[in-house]
Design a binder for this molecule. Structure first.
Ligand code: SAH
Ligand code: SF4
Ligand code: F3S
Length: 446
């Protein structure tokens, strides 16, 4: 490989949609393409290659890709050497269809084939279109490993598990990401140490079903809690988070870790989707509202101040007003500090796609009511932080002159105006005000 200077490096523009795993994957692809003579740019205008890392979870997300691609027509006309690629879950789900619908596209790569991206790019330089949506055996993460030692922001994602075997009736993920696979413990630890050396203080472990993690370790497998305890020993790493968890995989050792592991933060994203047992059954969730509520009680017994977050789908086929009320009641009972909620979106090929839909206006109205309730709970929990002391990991300058912003252990955004608040440092902060989407505080010395 040529030792390129910045001047003759090609420019890669990556636009990322969807979940945190796509954010992580985009970083890995950028690093892999670094080895092929590319550096990233933050505008498509001067790019030699544009890569859309896409999401297929709802219809709107998937359709966005085609409108975005259409916008690159002018750029390609100005620069016929520009290569346009589609990665991510739409690439996996729609493969050839993308090339057919949008002839501008030179390359389509599914999430399990990212390590082959440099070879695919080389092919496009020969004027040949490249498509790879295989699920190969080799360890893509090992092959994607970048050699960059560049300094990083204080927080980072680290994928430890990918894919899903749960097949919820509405969801495309088991098809786009494939079967559940966990990365071996040693490889995760090596990557974590490398991140810490590069300035990372907080790592969020990622997986579509992260708490189903069972990574190879010595002669057996290690659970997510085991992995967290190993990470707890890494000097310089101050905080550990993980997402997304499934209620059925919330094992005792993980609940216990929330009570006893210093570096594990008191925040848990535990989607329930619905509070109606009838709907949960039809969603193929394999848990009911009672088992979920019981689980929340056990988690709160281990860590009383934990902040809970969730995902909800409203208007799932055959959801009645009573089913929806069951969801509202569950929310009232649990009390969330944060939640994501969506109107059901039909995904072709999933079991629920064949079922009768709820009236769209009705579904929108339910979503509105649910979001109002969540907003109220979120506000109450955020407001209750005023007067309390929290630990804040500072990440970047704030909106106003002299401000620094970071996150508390509960993932609230906190800003202070103090020259002693430095990026990458954790400081004790007294919360003095609760604003729209953030908290204001002052440094304290206890
Ligand atoms: N693996 C995670 C999240 C997967 S996708 C989990 O199991 O919780 C993120 C969220 O998108 C889901 O939790 C669900 O609430 C939502 N979602 C998935 N498919 C959907 C669909 N067809 N329509 C609307 N929302 C959907
Ligand atoms: Fe989708 Fe269900 Fe798997 Fe989550 S657990 S990724 S919602 S199939
Ligand atoms: Fe979307 Fe794929 Fe993530 S469908 S939510 S990008 S796993």
């Amino acid at each position: 490989m040529a030792d390129n200077t910045t001047a003759d490096k090609k420019k890669l523009f990556i636009k990322t949609y969807g979940c945190q795993m796509n954010v992580y994957d985009s970083e890995r692809m950028a690093e892999a393409m670094g080895g092929a003579g590319y550096e990233t740019t933050d505008t498509p205008d001067d790019a030699d290659m544009i890569l859309l890392n896409t999401c297929h979870i709802r219809e709107k997300a998937a359709e966005k890709v085609y409108s975005e691609l259409g916008r690159f027509k002018g750029l390609k006309a100005d620069n016929p050497d520009l290569k346009i690629g589609v990665a991510g879950c739409v690439a996996q789900a729609e493969g050839k269809e993308i090339m057919r619908r949008q002839p501008l596209v030179d390359l389509v790569v599914g999430p399990q084939a990212y390590h082959r991206l440099p070879e695919m790019e080389a092919k496009t330089q020969q004027g040949v279109k490249a498509l790879d949506t295989d699920f190969p055996e080799e360890d893509k993460f090992e092959k994607l490993k970048g050699r960059s030692k560049a300094k990083r922001a204080p927080t980072a994602f680290l994928t430890v598990q990918e894919g899903c075997d749960k097949f919820c009736a509405f969801c495309v993920v088991p098809y786009t990401r494939g079967a559940e696979v966990s990365r071996p413990v040693d490889r995760v630890l090596t990557e974590a140490r490398d991140l810490v050396e590069r300035g990372v203080r907080e790592i969020t472990l990622l997986g579509q079903n992260v708490n189903a993690y069972h990574g190879a370790h010595n002669s057996g497998d290690m659970t997510l809690a085991g992995l967290i305890w190993e990470l707890n020993k890494v000097d310089g790493l101050e905080r550990i988070r993980f997402t997304t968890s499934h209620p059925n995989d919330m094992m005792d050792d993980l609940i216990e870790a929330h009570g006893s592991c210093d570096k594990l933060m008191p925040y848990l994203h535990l989607p329930v989707q619905s509070g109606s047992n009838k709907i949960l059954k039809r969603m193929n969730r394999n848990h009911d509202r009672e088992s979920y509520i019981k689980l929340i009680e056990r988690i709160r017994a281990a860590r009383p101040d934990i902040l809970l977050s969730g995902d909800f789908i409203v208007g799932f086929p055959e959801e009645t007003e009573q089913d929806f009320q069951d969801t509202m009641d569950l929310i009232e009972e649990v009390k969330y500090g944060q939640a994501f909620s969506f109107k059901y979106s039909t995904r072709p090929g999933t079991p629920a796609a064949e079922r009768p839909l709820v009236d769209d206006a009705e579904a929108s109205e339910r979503l509105y009511r649910l979001q109002a309730l969540i907003a109220q709970q979120q506000r109450a929990i955020q407001d209750s932080m005023v007067g309390r002391n929290v630990n804040v990991l500072f990440e970047k300058p704030g909106r106003l002159e002299g401000q620094m912003v970071g996150k508390s252990e509960y993932l609230h955004a906190v800003h202070v105006a103090d020259a002693n608040a430095k990026i990458g440092e954790i400081k004790r902060v007294r919360i003095v005000e609760s604003e729209r989407n953030s908290l204001g505080g002052v440094l304290v010395s206890d």
